[in-house]
Ligand binder design. Structure first.
Ligand code: PEP
Length: 253
């Protein structure tokens, strides 16, 4: 049985002071450890040290939103997974659609980032998802299949235990347009079957998160789908009360 993961992606939001405040609010509400639900927050790089300190006494885990490949080197402006491990992260989000679209990240680059994350003994949350135009033209499965294959290239079945997939339809991110539970479940089922083809015998153990305008109001119906193992939450994770309600939705199932 897969436990659920509820991850907050705070994107480029929040000063150190604001991050500390948000984390303190969350930590007060989420003191318990719960076997069924793992909670993760991914603040901007500048807040990671402070976040790690504030999270010390809580069961909330810390993650980063991106990294570069390798351990160190002449890569001005970049941060490696090894550095993120040193700072106390346990997860790194890789291949978010904003990085794929705005920063032109390819599946090949994403796969090399995933390798670095796993080499640093961290967990990778690998994002995939179709655009609105791709869905309309019936390409959803082809896109998901291509992104999965490309982003996980070079991994072995034993690597897959440290990988979580986030299905994030691009048309649902930050738009308020959530995929219906049926649409999301269909995509998740497809992703799981593709994983089984790529890494036989592993797919039942891989968590597949849904992301795209999750709110407290739609969380239960999404998380109760058999192949939806939690959520990657953007906007709604910036509000402590709203994020806790989403976590509680997962706990209630
Ligand atoms: C995201 O960016 O990963 C995301 C899911 O954003 P939102 O919840 O705001 O749609």
């Amino acid at each position: 049985m897969r436990s659920k993961l509820i991850a907050g992606n705070w994107k480029m939001h929040g000063t150190i002071k604001e991050t500390r405040k948000l984390i303190l609010q969350l930590a007060v509400e989420w003191k318990k450890s719960c076997e069924q639900v793992e909670v993760l927050v991914c603040p901007p790089f500048t807040s990671l040290i402070v976040a790690r300190h504030e999270l010390e006494m809580s069961h909330i885990k810390l993650g980063a939103q991106n990294c570069f490949t390798g351990i160190d080197g002449a890569y001005t402006g970049e941060i490696s997974a090894t550095m993120l491990a040193e700072i106390g992260c346990s997860y790194v989000i890789v291949g978010h659609s904003e990085r794929r679209t705005i920063f032109a990240e390819t599946d090949d680059l994403v796969s090399r980032k995933v390798r670095s994350v796993l080499d640093a003994k961290l967990n990778a949350i690998v994002c995939i998802g179709e655009s609105e135009a791709q869905r309309t033209s019936g390409e959803t499965e082809a896109v998901l299949s291509r992104q999965l294959k490309g982003s996980l290239a070079g991994l072995s079945a034993s690597d897959i235990v440290s990988v979580t997939i986030a299905y994030e339809p691009v048309w649902a991110i930050g738009t308020g347009k959530t995929a219906s539970p049926e649409v999301a479940e269909t995509a998740h089922r497809f992703v799981r079957s593709e994983l089984e083809t790529l890494f036989p015998g592993t797919s039942e153990n891989v968590r597949i998160l849904y992301g795209g305008s999750i709110k407290a109001e739609n969380a239960v119906s999404l998380f109760s789908q058999p192949n939806i193992d939690g959520g990657l939450v953007g906007g709604a994770s910036l509000d402590a009360e709203g994020f806790i309600d989403i976590i509680q939705a997962a706990v209630s199932l």
